[in-house]
Write a protein of this length. Structure first.
Length: 474
């Protein structure tokens, strides 16, 4: 359920309230401040609550905002000065909340300086609507194609599982992202284009699929590992994993129990211990499905087929299995999250750790880092271990993560220290390391002694479990 605050005055606000009363979006509650006569309609919708308060007063608006958590604020006010005061008050109270402002005064400056404000120009809207009725003028998107809803615009809210994702990492079956609108500009996306909050996606596909995509984009909690895929997939290669098989299965079941409406698929490669396989069968259920490959088939193609067939978003495996048979390259090409088992069981993990690097990588993994931390009940730590003590350059990263703390309602710890990052993380206990999944992850163990790059350390030790989030370098 989403709560919408409407700061209303005048006939346009009155018609808007009548409209939302008729349409009755079941998932929305509307709270309307009315402080002038002639604003409220004769018949009020059941999902509309009236508030007798003047939003130009900071103290009154602050009290309203503190009583209910609002997802968005609509400013539909006749008086320009009143609208400016309301806008100023909202900026002081919460400068991240989405605001929709109806500009009725032909003033191009109002609200322009705030990135969280969407402006609707009344005069331009009316002119455009009149223009659509002229002969020889092509119709807008809603009348193109079959007209059954196969073309849709979707706004990306803060905290969406799609925010800070590369387009190429999002599973698009029977639908596609064909354009992104940002800051009044059109972007034709490539695989490396990053989606940001407040972007508008133009999507094309089957109407039923698009409605599902819309719900996924607007739902925040309990979706991990989406949008990389829905379910999770354990690869057990008995050449390397036989000794730890049951421990890995139990760890996956623990992970599965923390997720919402997901299925665990287990694929056994190179089976050579049938008593162990029989022992594993006791864990089978509607949510846990075990498959064994007995034939001499191409394991890479088998894994690709499984991932596509079962809508897999996260793959769990050991580092040895990850490095075998070019599995690392296959999973990177498919843009999937990878969980690498460590010596520590997931049940003992207390913190998720992100080691700071450049802005692009940190933005790319941020939503997934918060999402997995929330799902597993972990404390998220943002660590800047810099041998040269250059902490100033990471301020924007910290601000970005602090913004997400309000969206996910999850606190983070930040730690700065003049130190070698690889040595520092080696000293830590009970942690899950969250890092970008890149093509240049090195497996040569000697590099960890001479390098300070995270990529040179991730696969050379299995002390800590690791979560690799696909990163596409543009």
């Amino acid at each position: 359920m989403k709560n919408i605050l409407i700061l209303a005055s005048g006939t346009t606000a009155k018609h808007f309230m009548e409209w939302i009363g008729k349409k009755r979006v079941a998932e929305n509650n509307y709270y309307v401040t009315c402080y002038t006569s002639g604003t409220t309609p004769e018949v009020m919708g059941k999902n509309i609550t009236l508030i007798d308060a003047d939003p130009t007063s900071y103290s009154k608006l602050s009290r309203i905002m503190n009583e209910v958590y609002y997802n968005a604020v609509f400013i539909i006010m006749e008086d320009k000065t009143d609208a400016q005061y309301a806008l100023k008050n909202l900026k002081l109270i919460d400068n991240h909340i989405r605001i929709v402002l109806l500009n009725q005064w032909d003033d191009k400056n109002i609200g322009q300086e705030q990135s969280n404000v969407t402006l609707i120009h009344k005069d331009e809207l009316m002119a455009a609507h009149l223009y659509d009725h002229l002969p020889n003028v092509p119709l807008v998107a809603q009348n193109v194609g079959l007209g059954h809803g196969e073309i849709m615009e979707i706004l990306i809210p803060f905290g969406s599982s799609y925010a800070y994702r590369h387009v190429g990492s999002i599973v698009q079956r029977k639908w596609n992202i064909v354009a992104i609108y940002r800051d009044q500009k059109q972007i034709l996306p490539t695989a490396s284009t990053m989606i940001r909050p407040n972007d508008t996606l133009l999507v094309v596909g089957k109407p039923l699929i698009l409605h599902g995509v819309y719900k996924t984009i607007n739902k925040r909690i309990g979706l991990f590992p989406e949008p990389f895929g829905k379910n999770i997939y354990l690869i057990l290669d008995f050449r390397y994993d036989k000794k730890n098989t049951l421990a890995y299965v139990k760890e996956c079941i623990y992970f599965l129990d923390k997720l919402e409406n997901k299925t665990l698929y287990i694929r056994i490669l190179y089976p050579n211990d049938f008593s162990l396989i029989d022992e594993m069968k006791q864990y089978e259920s509607q949510r846990i499905i075990i498959s064994t490959s007995y034939e001499e088939t191409d394991s890479t193609q088998l894994i690709i087929n499984d991932i596509e067939q079962y809508d897999i978003g996260m793959i769990l495996n050991s580092i040895k299995t990850f490095n075998a048979d070019k599995l690392k390259d296959t999973l990177y090409d498919m843009k999937k999250i990878v969980y690498l088992f460590g010596d520590s069981s997931l049940k003992t993990i207390e913190h998720s750790i992100v080691l700071m690097s450049d802005n692009k990588r940190m933005e790319s993994i941020s939503s997934a880092a918060f999402d997995v931390s929330e799902s597993l009940g972990l404390q998220l730590k943002l660590c800047d271990f810099d041998p040269e003590g250059d902490f100033e350059s990471k301020k924007m990263i910290i601000e970005h993560y602090e913004t997400l703390t309000h969206i996910f309602n999850l606190k983070i710890e930040t730690k700065n220290k003049i130190a070698n990052p690889i040595r520092e993380i080696s000293k830590m206990n009970n942690i899950l390391q969250v890092a970008p999944f890149e093509t240049d992850l090195n497996t040569m163990s000697f590099k960890k002694y001479i390098s300070m790059r995270i990529q040179d350390f991730l696969l050379t030790t299995k002390r800590h479990p690791k979560l690799l989030i696909p990163f596409i370098n543009s």
